[in-house]
Design a protein around this ligand. Structure first.
Ligand code: 4NP
Length: 159
């Protein structure tokens, strides 16, 4: 069993989308029962809330239902509880490096490190923008999800 935690700022746009899309990619490749997937935010502003309605609609348009997810804040314990902590942008990586206990085992990565070389560094924060921002987020997350799963399958672990 491999465990993956996706992290953004609010846990209502990018990381719940990543949780839903990555779960779908794992299902398509027949490995969903071997991977535990969750998401969290570095901030606690939206704790307990469902994903942003625009994120729910955009994911639904791609056949992914994230309406049942609820936001929570990332904790230091997550770095012991998960094998991989996957951040949406450089700012998330900075916040998570501060939260991370020195002896914790989780690997911390930037999500788009698993996308193609044409991809930007960050999954852009779509919260204050228009609907097309959410479509772009879906595209980037879909590409990086495939790359991440390839990495997990080829890494030094039985998957
Ligand atoms: P997320 O987007 O980090 O992708 O969930 C945001 C959601 C809420 C806020 C910022 C970003 N906010 O400022 O409330």
């Amino acid at each position: 069993m491999v465990s993956v935690l996706f992290v953004c700022l609010g846990n209502i746009c990018r990381s719940p989308t990543a949780e839903g899309v990555f779960r779908r990619v794992c299902q398509e490749q027949g490995v969903a029962d071997q991977i535990r997937i969750d998401s969290a935010g570095t901030a606690n502003w939206h704790a307990g809330k469902p994903p942003d309605a625009r994120a729910v609609m955009t994911a639904k348009g791609r056949g992914v239902d994230i309406s049942g997810l609820r936001a929570r804040q990332a904790t230091a314990a997550d770095f012991y509880d998960f094998d991989f902590v996957i951040a949406m942008d450089d700012s998330n990586v900075e916040d998570l490096e501060i939260l991370r206990p020195v002896d914790a085992s989780a690997e911390l990565h930037r999500f788009l490190a698993f996308a193609g070389s044409d991809a930007p560094r960050d999954v852009p924060d779509p919260y204050y923008g228009g609907d097309e921002g959410f479509e772009q987020v879906l595209d980037l997350i879909t590409e990086a999800s495939r790359g991440l799963l390839n990495h997990l399958r080829t890494a030094d672990r039985p998957l």
